[in-house]
Design a binder for this molecule. Sequence first.
Ligand SMILES: Cc1cc2nc3c(=O)[nH]c(=O)nc-3n(C[C@H](O)[C@H](O)[C@H](O)COP(=O)(O)O)c2cc1C
Length: 322
Amino acid sequence: MAEPITAPSAEPAFDIAEFRRALGAFVTGVTVVTTIQPDGSPRGFTANSFTSVSLDPPLILVCIAKTAASYAVFSDARRFAVSVLAEDQKNVSGVFASKAADKFAQVPWSTRKTGAPVMDGAAASFDCTTHEVVDAGDHIILIGRVVDFVQTSSSPLGYCRGAYVNFSLSQDALAAAGARAKVGAILEHRDGLVLVDTGKGLGLPTGIKLDPASDPASLHGVLAKLGLQVHLDFLFAVFEDGSGKEAGVHIYYRGRVIPNSSPWLDSSVRIVPLSQIPWDEVSDAAVRSMLERYERERRQDAFGIYVGDSEAGTVQPLGIAH
Ligand SMILES: Cc1cc2nc3c(=O)[nH]c(=O)nc-3n(C[C@H](O)[C@H](O)[C@H](O)COP(=O)(O)O)c2cc1C
């Protein structure tokens, strides 16, 4: 099947960018969808549109954009595999979301029953024959019949609102609860990031614990004092800093300022466009490293429906990838 790219039939009734943001609220995993081309070479791309469909018969689906370079190959493929990436495979997601010609030279893979490539180290994988290809707007829905699968106990990589999510971070944060902690937030406000002028340069809002807002030393207390009402969506990073007087466990969330919730902001608050972070004013190396990773992941989101990137910054992990 090789459908032409469908031209939009009419002006959309709503803002497409807002529509995409709304879709981004749905938390997914990240997969790599692969096949073998007629000339015998492997082909693949990153997809978070994977869904389980049926147990009997065992069916799964994935949606492919008609603008993808590999669209024609997959629309005609008789077999394909879906690898559900593990938490330490952000780099694999990045490689397969790219236009690199040698994607398969950069990651270890093998084959199972159908001959379609399966990523080594994936949290799970499904080897499929093509059950049906359905035309759906600017995508096709590739429905696969599962003929073989692998299941492991690895923690899967998550994805939400245009950024990767590490579910295991929550456990590490809980484990660190007794330790001396610094709890901070990377917050988006309209199209910018919330930075705070600490007097010694720009930093992120932080407290010594998360709650309650009535405690001025907690993160929510600090945010209330700055005039910020926020949603904290996910943990973004957990790391240990063994140096200086702030040695201890650092826990950073990412979130958003609730629209129209802040009639005033403290004069120390600076809202900085993501593309214009004044790096030389951010004095803390760990904060700079986190912001670099955040900016990189968000920047990639601007280029497509989906986002991706590899790895974290240079902060010291608590024995975990983040
Ligand atoms: C997390 C993530 C999820 C993605 N999900 C999809 C998807 O479900 N369908 C799709 O067509 N592209 C998706 N993409 C984009 C493709 O991976 C990207 O366009 C890639 O370049 C396609 O490869 P190709 O151009 O070699 O075909 C996703 C990218 C990322 C980073």
